[in-house]
Write a protein that binds this ligand. Structure first.
Ligand code: BGC
Length: 247
């Protein structure tokens, strides 16, 4: 079955049709920049354009950078604050004319990695997927089952939101060297491993392409591997999430 997967981020909205049984994108990815201000009504228009681009008529799955419970957003760290309380599932369904199912972006990327990527076959113990992008997203799997909306990018480290210190956006904003960033990341991952004792960290986000530059500098005890699906996990996982609702 094919479902349109949409990965919604603070800087871009990306979509592609996905074969949810194989985890493969079956069409070329299409990206539109997230509109300035990232307001619900403007982002709904972009969702409509994405659906139109693919002449899409079926279900759509979406990953969104916020806490999402039953389609409704409860936080808005890198999107407009008027998202809070918005029923995103309803808004995007109306805008696209297709049934839209929406969940947290890191959670859906985690679903894809656990099924088709670096977490494949890791069905015992705790695995944490951490996405390093504009925001810092987390997904926890225990015995392969997701605990949704964990939001561990916002734990406090040295009096600051961890995301402000250790996301990839923070690295770029502060023009950090890889050494400096690896130090901040080690402190962050160190905190996570002391609190959750995972078997494995899977690290995603665009910067996982530069794995060799920072991974060898990390000082943590838990094994850490790069996400395998790179920038496809968000799209594929979003489609997989929708599939759980329509199959
Ligand atoms: C948001 C999370 C999201 C993460 C990655 C954070 O700022 O609070 O919901 O998963 O960014 O986009």
């Amino acid at each position: 079955m094919e479902i349109l997967g949409v990965d919604i981020g603070g800087s871009g909205m990306k979509a592609a049709p996905v074969n949810v049984l194989t985890g493969e994108m079956v069409g070329e990815r299409y990206r539109i920049p997230t509109p300035e201000g990232a307001r619900p009504e403007d982002m709904a228009k972009v969702a409509k354009q994405l659906a139109e681009h693919f002449e899409w008529k079926g279900p759509i799955g979406m990953g969104f950078p916020a806490v999402v419970r039953f389609g409704v957003m409860y936080t808005a760290a890198n999107v407009h604050e008027s998202w809070i309380g918005t029923d995103g599932g309803k808004l995007f369904s109306e805008a696209t004319g297709c049934p839209a199912f929406i969940a947290n972006d890191a959670d859906v990327a985690g679903l894809a990695e656990m099924t088709f990527g670096a977490g494949r076959g890791r069905s015992k113990g705790v695995v944490m997927v951490v996405t390093l992008g504009t925001g810092l997203g987390t997904a926890i799997f225990t015995d392969g089952i997701l605990v949704p909306n964990t939001e561990l990018g916002h734990i406090e480290i040295r009096g600051k939101d961890a995301e402000r210190r250790a996301s990839d956006a923070a690295r770029q904003r502060k023009d950090m060297s890889w050494e400096e960033w690896a130090e901040k990341l080690s402190e962050y991952f160190g905190r996570l491993e002391n609190l959750f004792w995972p078997e494995l960290f899977i690290v995603g986000g665009g910067v996982s392409k530069s794995w060799e530059k920072f991974a060898p500098l990390m000082k943590i005890r838990t094994p850490m591997v790069p996400a395998q699906m790179l920038n496809q996990a968000g799209i594929v996982g979003a489609a997989m999430y929708a599939y759980q609702h329509v199959k």
